[in-house]
Design a protein. Structure first.
Length: 183
């Protein structure tokens, strides 16, 4: 192996490491969740009777699309690793399982139905916060916004969900724009 080949190989490895350090989520992922979250949070304020059905469809569907987007993104960057996919699946799947168990508690009337959205918000805030710890630092901010939004639901009657949804969507759209401009 020549010195030039070794330098070329080291440059390749350096490029892959730098790409990995920039973040693990594609811009399309941020846009997807900006739309899903904004629509769902608007429903909570303006048509709460549709919220449950919306999230039963949008949450899992968004998760599947996110997994596909993440796989394609990693593939394009040459960073296919099943370990990170498995960690993501366990993280987000665990959050979904906790939400399903909470819904079950509501169905058997151990918690009041009118509190379900608020309690699910706590689980999602924690799930997004821990995703920020383990996967993508942006989710620390988003989990924090949701935590503050939870507190807002305890104090204010109107438009807390809409305000939170707009703020989360703005953060996600700005992140998507930055991701695409850094290419």
């Amino acid at each position: 192996m020549t010195k030039q080949q070794i330098e070329s190989d080291l440059d390749f490895v350096k490029d892959k490491i730098e790409a990995a350090e920039r973040g693990s989520s594609p811009g399309a992922f941020y846009i997807l969740w900006a739309v899903i979250v904004l629509a769902g949070y608007l429903l909570e304020d303006f048509a709460p009777h549709f919220t449950g059905l919306y999230w039963c469809i949008a949450g899992p569907a968004g998760g599947l699309v996110s997994g596909f987007l993440g796989y394609r993104y990693a593939q394009r960057r040459g960073q296919i690793g099943f370990e990170i996919g498995r960690k993501n699946m366990l993280h987000w799947g665990g959050m979904l399982a906790c939400i399903a168990l909470l819904v079950l508690l509501c169905i058997v009337e151990h918690i009041p139905g009118q509190e379900l959205s608020r309690l699910i918000l706590i689980i999602i805030a924690f799930g997004w916060w821990t995703a920020g710890v383990h996967f993508d630092r942006l989710f620390l901010w988003l989990g924090g916004i949701m935590g503050l939004g939870f507190l807002g639901t305890l104090v204010f009657d109107r438009f807390v969900w809409t305000s939170m949804g707009v703020l989360i969507a703005i953060v996600l759209l700005v992140a998507a724009q930055r991701r695409w401009s850094s290419r």
